[in-house]
Design a protein around this ligand. Sequence first.
Ligand code: NAD
Length: 499
Amino acid sequence: MKEIGHWINGKQVKGTSGRFADIYNPATGELQARVALATPAELDAAIRAAAKAQEAWAATNPQRRARVMMAFGALINKNIEKLAELVSLEHGKTLPDARGDVQRGLEVIEVCMGAPAMLKGEYTDNAGPGIDLYAMRQPLGVVAGITPFNFPAMIPLWKMGPALVSGNAMILKPSERVPSTSLMLAELAQEAGLPDGVLQVVNGDKEIVDAILDHPTIQGVGFVGSTPIAQYIYGRAATNGKRAQCFGGAKNHMIIMPDADLDKAADALIGAGYGAAGERCMAISVAVPVGDKTADALVERLVPRIEKLKVGPYTAGDDVDFGPVITPQSRDRINGLIASGVEQGAKLVVDGRGIRIQGYENGFFVGPTLFDNVTRDMDIYKQEIFGPVLSQVRAKSYDEALNLVIDNDYGNGTAIYTADGDTARDFASRVNVGMVGINFPIPVPLSYYSFGGWKKSAFGDLNQYGPDAFRFYTKTKTVTARWFSGIKDGVALNFKALD
Ligand code: NAD
């Protein structure tokens, strides 16, 4: 069986722990590889080498570091098909979706090409007699990126681009379900001119994450994954004095007003609810039509669209709209939640359980599922399902719909479909969610803005990518400098204004 190791000091190395995690082909259900899980000793060696490499990298001028990003971006673009194939092979998403996964990561690298402008400091001359004051941004040192399975290219790129171009070294710990894309990206970064040791890919599970969180050399942690783990990582990193930003799970609602274009709203719900088998942190998992008339008309439009959806392996090309979920455990958990929805009284309009794909009977498939009459107390409403399951919660009024979103624990993304500008504006202004779409279902901000949720969807300060990322990966040092020509100054004991 294929064995996947780590990327240390510019080359692939085997793991030494003797512990492995299984990697499935989610479409066939076969074990296709196993990935080595690093030991704390292997991690320590990787961190020491990274710390050494980081000194020279930080001393490299920002425009040279940006040029590495330029070459890296070009190589990602050149290899987009290979990268997408790797993503699909381990994750199971369709090839067009996998290309998008690479593309949305590449866009962050493109912004990093202009990083010198973002990394500039501040300067005030004559802040006092002969005194100049300046602030500079310096890298944190060695930082860690810990990433989830659902975007094997995009999220590692969101982490490594801003961290590296800011002069840090990074220990990247990708999801043990999808390690290969990160390894290929590390190889491309080296080809682009990134010095060896500046990016180390260390594969592992909880044991290695804990070792990262406790390692004194690690100065910052950028995490993306589920909410319980995000909260845990934030707490442990902060206790150990590290800067941390930890992005968690989601339950994204779309409000559909009676005046909305219902065909467009239904199209949007199909894409945002079922694309990538619902394994997106920005997937819409709750539709909130306002008024029973809107709700009935929406279901009428959703059902025929759902019936047309084609589920299958990515190798079937354009014949497939979405693929399998990531593991058998994930499939069983989703099927269990669907059963709980029925038991707890929701109306199962379309049941995706028990779907059989000819030739792929052992794949981890769940068909598109639609619930109506879902209420706040049901598990399918309270939990992040992370599967192709859309729940409709009926609201009597706009205020009831808005309050549903406001009361929800999560606050990653949300959307409203309406023809009324005042309602849309009110929604954007009052809702307590980090990313808002108006007649736009998955409002992932472009790479020159920043991505981040509110409430239990994010812990820590600052968003990922965009201007916030350069602030997260640098610390500010402020210098007050005085030169004495023409200045007569005696001893001063009191703290006083410079002028
Ligand atoms: P996960 O939390 O299971 O794993 C994420 C990372 O944490 C992996 O690298 C994993 O190895 C590590 N990990 C897992 N359990 C751990 C533990 N007990 N202790 C320490 N480390 C641990 O998440 P996942 O299943 O890979 O990804 C799906 C989740 O990620 C969903 O909840 C989704 O909403 C969320 N997500 C959030 C965003 C965002 O930006 N907010 C983006 C993508 C995915």
